[in-house]
Structures are given as C-alpha cells and as structure tokens.
Design a protein. Structure first.
Length: 328
C-alpha cells in the first residue's frame, strides 16, 4: 500500500479509502490510485481487511444431505445469491442426522471464519438448533425453530391441501398417501395436511404408507396400493416416490389416470416427462435459497429482521396423471 501511495503521490490512508470504495475521494485522485494499483499489480489483502473489520464475507451452510433434489436446488440458489452479494459459502454436510451430529457440525463451523449461518434441516432436530450461540446470525430452512431463529420454508401444508382437494374435486371418495420419512419435518407437515383435509371433507382416512423419498420406496408402496381395488387416488409426498407408484400401478395393470390418479410434490424437472406426465405441487427452491441469504445478510447488517417463519407459496401443476375416478 505504501508503494502505491508513493507512485500515486497520495497518503496510504487515501489508498485505503480507494480500496474500500470510500466516496470521499475525488475522481482524479481515485484514477491515479487505481492506475498505480494496476501498474504495481497491487491487490488488497482480504485476510488482513477481514481481521481488521471482523467481517469475512463468508456464509456457512449446514445441511444433512446432497442426495435430495430440494437440498441441491436450494444450495445452488444460496451460492448464487451469496456470490451476487459478494459473499462466498463454506459448506458443511452432516454425515449423521442426529442432534449430536448437528451440534458437532455447528461447533466446527463456529470455528471457521464465517459471518452467518444457514441451516438446511432435512429432519426436525430442534434440540440441535437450541445449541447455537444466541449471538450467531442464523437462518433455518425446512424446519421449525419457533421464534428462536428466522425460518424460511415452503408452505408444506398449503401444497398438500391443494393436492388432496384437487383429487376430491375430481370425484374421488378418498385419497391414499405415501408419506416421507417419519423424522422429516416436511413429510410430517404434508401428512398432517393430507389427513386434516380428508377429515374436514368427511372422507375416510386410509392407513399411511411410509417411504424414504426414493422411487424404490414409492414402488413398494405402489404395489400395496395396486392390490387395493378401492384405491383410486394417491398423493405421494414427493415426485420420486410418485414415480415408483406409477411403475407399480403399471406393472399391476392399473391405468393412470383411468383407474388411479397420482399426485406428487416438488415439481422436479423430470416430472413433466413421467408417463403419464405427473400432476404435482410446485415449490420454489430457488426462492427459499434467496430468502435465506437475504435474511442472514440483513442480520449481519443489523437491519430489522423479525424472527419467525417466512412461507414460500406453492402451486398445483395439473398434468395428465389425474382424472375422475372410474365409473362405479
């Protein structure tokens, strides 16, 4: 910096101001300093700047798995939004989805040079969230932290209700459900909304069939549903399990949608190419990622950010996998 100052004929403080984009520098002086920086191939020392300011322009991201479509798409949006704001991300996947595993990951991340933290919780582990230091800038996705932290989540209940109402409006007497893992917060919300919608409509509530988000688990559930002649409509908690249900119904000679209607949840890129194209609930993973970054940056900048949950709306995408029930 001293070399740049000598070449530009200014003080080191002026060089610092130019490096930091300070407005109180004349354009002529700024041009001289920038020209000197270019000639000397000078680059500001970001590490020194971070140590001085206490800001490292890095966000930490804790998540359980990269195997799900939602997590990958949310993480992509987080990285792009962070980069647009001049931040990088430090990713810390948790190999063991337990309170101990999350607590350990948060401890490790706390030792890193990060300004804030985004926690993408695939399962509900509120005890782990409680272990976060109170002064930490945190936004939680896909979970429920009450009023302890800011939360960004898809409107799980609204999406599930729309799926079930769509099938009931088509004339189906009831709707079977292939749920996600019991420990998943999203799966619990979708299953509860499915149940409540049927109860409010005065319809019978069939036993829940549980899967693990995979097409293979949907296939196993689909075999059981295909053997039930009273089953004319199925709501699967995600598109991959819906794909497995479609395969099982096809193998057992149950036509979709003539005999059985199927609805998924997620609206993954391939769902329009299923056979038949899948009716599903669209959720905006990109918006979730963007809102997570916006929320944590507002906390870092000490802007007002109320704790609580921000719900991202869903919408039902109707395709060829749903129709009226077969004639009695």
């Amino acid at each position: 910096m001293a070399d740049v100052a000598r070449l530009a004929g200014v003080s080191s403080q002026t060089v610092s101001r130019v490096s930091n984009g300070h407005p109180m520098v004349s354009e002529e002086t700024r041009r001289r300093v920038l020209s000197a920086m270019k000639e000397l191939n000078y680059r500001p020392n970001s590490a020194a700047r971070a140590l001085k300011s206490g800001k490292f322009r890095t966000l930490g991201v804790v998540l359980f798995t990269l195997a799900t479509t939602g997590n990958v798409r949310t993480l992509e949006a987080i990285s792009v939004s962070a980069a647009d704001a001049g931040y990088g991300i430090t990713l810390l996947p948790v190999s063991t989805p337990t309170s101990t595993g999350v607590r350990g990951a948060v401890t490790v991340l706390g030792e890193q040079v990060v300004d804030g933290m985004i926690v993408i919780m695939e399962v509900r582990l509120l005890d782990a969230a409680i272990s976060l230091p109170p002064h930490t800038h945190v936004v939680v996705a896909d979970s429920d932290a009450g009023d302890r932290y800011s939360v960004v989540d898809t409107d799980q209940s609204g999406g599930a209700r729309a799926a079930v109402r769509h099938l009931l409006d088509l004339g189906h007497r009831s709707v079977a459900h292939v749920a996600g893992p019991a420990e998943s917060f999203a799966a619990q919300r979708r299953a509860e909304a499915w149940r409540q919608t049927l109860v409010e409509a005065g319809r019978p509530v069939p036993p829940v069939l549980s899967g693990d988000w995979s097409a293979a688990s949907g296939y196993e559930a689909g075999l059981a549903l295909a053997a039930d002649p009273d089953c004319t409509a199925v709501f699967a908690a995600n598109d991959q399990m819906a794909l497995g249900v479609l395969r099982a119904l096809h193998e057992r000679g149950r036509r979709v949608p003539e005999d059985v209607s199927v609805v998924g949840f997620d609206d993954i890129a391939d769902s329009a190419s299923f056979f038949p194209p899948l009716t599903t609930v669209h959720q905006d993973f990109g918006e979730i990622g963007r809102l997570c970054v916006d929320g944590v940056l507002r906390q870092i900048r000490n802007e007002t950010a109320e704790r609580g949950t921000t719900l991202v709306p869903t919408r039902l995408v109707v395709r060829a996998s749903t129709g009226p029930p077969p004639p009695a």
